[in-house]
Write a protein that binds this ligand. Structure first.
Ligand code: FES
Length: 132
């Protein structure tokens, strides 16, 4: 990553707002004229963000806004047909995702905040959704 691109970051949420295996924060990114839903969650080793699009079909995963984890808070699960994904990498673990993982977004956590640092998405067009 070039030095100029490494400075591009957009605040997503406060670190304390994400509990391990708990409710995620939804947001949107714009890319090439398309609006893409996305989310960030905290897993047991840190935080991770993904495009909110199942590998099985072009549907969002959460069964209720921000609810991405299974009952054991171990896997991300798609509400439609039950595909399971690794919350750290987005890799398909089981179910109808058939080996197709989630698209990972680059983020960092520092100084009590979580930031999108993915240069594929212009920061000025990002919208954060608050969870109920
Ligand atoms: S749409 Fe996600 S498992 Fe089918």
């Amino acid at each position: 990553m070039s030095p100029s691109k490494s400075n591009v970051r957009t605040y997503l949420c406060a670190s304390h707002s994400l509990k391990q295996g708990g409710i995620g924060v939804r947001f949107k990114v714009h890319a090439g004229g398309e609006v893409l839903p996305a989310f960030v969650v905290r897993h047991r080793d840190g935080v991770a963000a993904f495009i909110n699009r199942c590998g099985h079909r072009d549907l969002e995963l959460d069964w209720s806004p921000g609810e991405f984890f299974d009952l054991e808070s171990r896997w991300l699960i798609c509400a439609t047909h039950g595909a399971h994904y690794d919350p750290k990498t987005g890799a398909c673990q089981s179910g109808p995702c058939n080996g197709v993982g989630l698209t990972v977004l680059a983020i960092i956590e520092e100084a009590g905040g979580i930031y999108l640092v993915d240069t594929r998405y212009p920061t000025q067009s990002l919208g954060i959704e608050t969870n109920p």
